[in-house]
Unconditional design. Structure first.
Length: 126
């Protein structure tokens, strides 16, 4: 799950940066405000990559998705891009968890097969 979610977050890092460039063209927003908000959001995406396996990491990712969609009030394209990344986040969490289950099952089977092979008779020396 971590790999898929981290990939989504890195994609969001770039989208947030580009959205900041678009938001700078809005005369009602100050450049410093735009870059503070975008900078904090971009930093959050990078920090979340390392926090995904910790308690609350995925929930913080959902909060970021909500913030990304809400940023559409300032950059209208972000309604669409935020929704796309929210779907990608869901898919990363959902299918990543399934992949983790399969990996754990394969590891358990390999460990059981190794234990069964070690418990069997030893090969004869020639």
């Amino acid at each position: 799950m971590r790999t898929l979610c981290a990939s989504t977050l890195i994609g969001e890092f770039f989208v947030i940066g580009f959205a900041g460039l678009v938001a700078m063209k809005d005369d009602s927003l100050s450049t410093s405000t735009v870059w503070w908000v975008c900078g904090v959001a971009m930093l959050l995406t990078v920090l979340l990559c390392g926090m995904l396996t910790r308690p609350g990491g995925v929930q913080l990712g959902w909060a970021l998705q909500i913030g990304l969609v809400a940023s559409g009030f300032f950059v209208p394209t972000m309604f669409f891009l935020g929704a796309v990344f929210a779907v990608l986040w869901w898919a990363s969490c959902h299918y990543g968890a399934k992949i983790d289950e399969v990996k754990a099952r394969w590891a358990a089977q390999a460990e059981a097969a190794e234990a069964a092979g070690a418990a069997g008779p030893e090969p004869e020396a020639s």
